[in-house]
Design a protein around this ligand. Structure first.
Ligand code: E4P
Length: 215
């Protein structure tokens, strides 16, 4: 499973990219708003750091506007893909952009039916939101398995990005469900590294080594 980071913060992207595990980046308007810079500036900076897909979301709510914004953003770098919120207009825009060779990530997916429609329109990626479903008492990870099964049943090439990830268990469940990608917040990536038994083991190896030097 590929690992994307879900942030627009350049320092955090650089830090995680240095780990050698980063395959791409997703941003959204809320993440961009936190950084005090405009979308184009941020995605340009990201494209100079990460060699992989970078999602940039449009703000228009009509197909024509989505396509126009998408074409502008796609000019920034070949790795930019256009993030469109799930709706009728975005299906139309997905069809047009994908026919021009521009990859589209249809976001705010909360049902398998939505994912199927986005894939039919030509989306390169669909982003089901796990955490936001959990928040309203619906098992978000079950949606990942449903979409994965449907896409496998029909050989659909659209990649599934497990999004709205809140904890490391969401990540392993996404991998078990066969998702192609998980887009993971910085704090969750940090949590994935640690295990108390690993820390305990490292400390014991160091202590034993130090003891042996004294003998
Ligand atoms: C997906 O690409 C979104 O940016 C993101 O995963 C949303 O997550 P949230 O529910 O934590 O805002």
């Amino acid at each position: 499973m590929k690992i994307f980071i879900d942030t627009a913060n350049i320092e955090r992207i650089k830090e995680i990219n240095d780990w050698g595990i980063l395959d791409g980046v997703t941003t959204n308007p809320s993440l961009i708003a936190k950084e005090g810079k405009d979308l184009k500036t941020i995605v340009t900076e990201i494209s100079q750091i990460v060699d992989g897909p970078i999602s940039a979301e449009v703000m228009s709510m009509d197909a024509e506007g989505m396509v126009a914004e998408g074409l502008e953003l796609a000019k920034i770098h070949p790795n930019i893909n256009i993030k469109l919120p799930m709706c009728i207009e975005s299906l139309k825009a997905t069809k047009i952009l994908s026919s021009k060779g521009i990859k589209v990530n249809v976001t705010l997916i909360f049902s398998a039916q939505q994912a199927l429609l986005a894939a039919k329109a030509g989306a390169a990626f669909v982003s089901p939101f796990v955490g936001r479903l959990d928040d309203i008492g619906i098992d978000g990870t079950a949606l990942l398995s449903e979409i994965s099964t449907i896409f496998n049943n029909y050989g659909i090439q659209t990649e599934i990005i497990a999004a709205s990830i809140r904890n490391p268990i969401h990540v392993s469940t996404a991998a078990l469900a066969g998702c192609d990608i998980a887009t993971i917040p910085y704090d969750v990536l940090k949590m994935m590294i640690s295990h108390p038994k690993t820390t305990e083991g490292i400390n014991k190896f160091i202590a034993d080594y130090e003891k042996s030097k004294k003998n």
